[in-house]
Design a protein around this ligand. Sequence first.
Ligand SMILES: Cc1cc2nc3c(=O)[nH]c(=O)nc-3n(C[C@H](O)[C@H](O)[C@H](O)COP(=O)(O)O)c2cc1C
Length: 202
Amino acid sequence: MKISLIIAHPDKDSLNSAIAKCCLDTLEANGHTVYFHDLYSEKFDALLPAQEISRTTELPGELKKHCDEIASVDGIIVVHPNWWGQPPAILKGWIDRVFRPGVAYEFIEGDSGEGVPVGLLKAKSALVFNTSNTESNREINVFKDPLETIWKNCIFDLCGVHDFYRKMFNIVVTSSNEQRIAWLSEVAEIVNQYYPNGEVAE
Ligand SMILES: Cc1cc2nc3c(=O)[nH]c(=O)nc-3n(C[C@H](O)[C@H](O)[C@H](O)COP(=O)(O)O)c2cc1C
């Protein structure tokens, strides 16, 4: 299978980076082709320029590569910390520029954009791994779990990826080394479950 793996974290020694590495190792051990993007290392330009809003614009080479990959993969994994109930800005910009009309979604014929978009992504599933310093009940009851709404409803459901799983690891700031190692085992288990060995790598 072809899998996109995206990480948004500025620190290579962070828990998020360890989660992404665990995903990468597990996917490769299972024989999958992985399109791995560390957005900070790549210095991904998160600013959507005016000319890219047009559906028909010619895309710069690097961005076209991101778009072609996301349109072609069988599965997607995104790893990021909870920053103000949202993804880090670099990842928000990646969504803005890569999940384009004609790539990730489109409007049905005769609909000039006011209707309900149709998802175009062929990925069968998407996983999101998050970390935070907020206890789960408070995140859900006080903040209404914005990351669940963003990723499940606003992005993946809309783009046609309905098999969605998100795991939040918390509370990071007070977690022990043993706890973090256990979290990484959990990551490997989830990745193994969604993208097991035995599927033919393309
Ligand atoms: C800019 C910024 C905003 C943050 N906002 C939140 C937040 O809204 N809720 C929360 O629980 N933690 C928040 N945090 C804490 C991070 O989620 C936490 O440091 C991270 O998940 C720990 O994982 P790491 O070691 O991989 O960075 C924020 C941290 C930063 C730097």
